[in-house]
Design a protein around this ligand. Structure first.
Ligand SMILES: [Mg+2]
Length: 271
């Protein structure tokens, strides 16, 4: 009997393809996240950077209080949580080691309420409280894990660790509405974050990396004064913008995107 190619081999091939094991995690040294997670996890420079920034922010806070003392509105600080107050490097290390990615294990990590605070954070927010400033936390942690967030902040000794001061993500990650609701009839002295969207709605828009940079320069008098930013090379909208806001998982080939972006940069400073 003559077996026709299409009637026999195609189903066999399809069966073989169906039983291929899932995409294997690449070797850890091939994972583009390794260096940034390593820096965040092991570099003492990072610790010094947070200490330095919180110390300078505290000094600036005194100046802001002084120059705004005629304002009768309640002075407040609005801060982000993750990679601003709370250090999630343990979660980053776990997903990296296991070849996983967000949102794997993220909810478990939130519920564990075990994130440590960055150096200088607790002292800064306690000082603000002593100065009569109210602190509000806006975070895109999940609303269903609010209890764990309160517990985490309380255990660290952070002030205002209650449901009236912590605003988590409900139906949108956009922080503008929450910021507006909180600051109604109050004066914002300072905003702290690791992502530009923690500061202004302009960075909630899907703009490209160059436009994001321009928006920073357009507000250059605010940095170090009212806006205090921390470095986050591990994740953030900066990376989403580079990938055109497409969901690119670490294991997928992104070489062409990296090459195109680096070439575009190099062309500006050709040597
Ligand atoms: Mg953050």
């Amino acid at each position: 009997m003559k077996i026709h190619f299409s009637s026999f081999w195609i189903p066999v091939l399809l069966l073989l393809l169906a039983f291929q094991p899932g995409e294997k995690a690449p070797a850890i040294s091939q994972d583009p996240r390794l260096m940034s997670v390593a820096w965040f996890t092991f570099s003492a420079e990072k610790e010094a950077c947070y200490l330095q920034t919180y110390r300078l922010a505290a000094m600036q806070l005194e100046r802001e209080m002084e120059s705004n003392k005629a304002n009768p509105l309640q002075p407040i600080i609005i801060t982000d949580l993750d990679e601003t107050v709370l250090d999630n490097s343990a979660w980053s290390a776990k997903v990296l080691l296991e070849g996983k990615d967000y949102p794997d294990y993220w909810s478990d990590w939130e519920k564990a309420a075990r994130a440590p605070a960055f150096p200088g954070a607790v002292e800064y927010f306690r000082k603000a409280q002593q100065m009569g400033i109210e602190v509000f936390y806006i975070s895109n942690r999940q609303e269903k894990n609010l209890g764990a967030a309160i517990l985490n902040l309380k255990n660290l000794g952070l002030p205002f660790a209650d449901s009236a001061h912590i605003f988590l993500k409900t139906n949108t990650s956009n922080k503008v509405e929450r910021r507006n609701a909180i600051s109604k009839n109050k004066q914002i002295l300072m905003l702290l974050g690791d992502n530009l969207a923690d500061f202004d709605g302009v960075w909630e828009e899907k703009i490209n990396p160059e436009e994001r940079m321009k928006a920073v320069m357009d507000r250059k008098e605010l940095w170090g004064k009212k806006f205090i930013i921390f470095p986050n090379p591990v994740y953030g909208t900066w990376k989403d913008a580079l990938f055109g806001y497409r969901k690119v998982k670490f294991g997928q080939t992104a070489d062409s995107v990296w090459q195109e972006a680096l070439t575009r940069y190099l062309n500006r400073y050709m040597f």
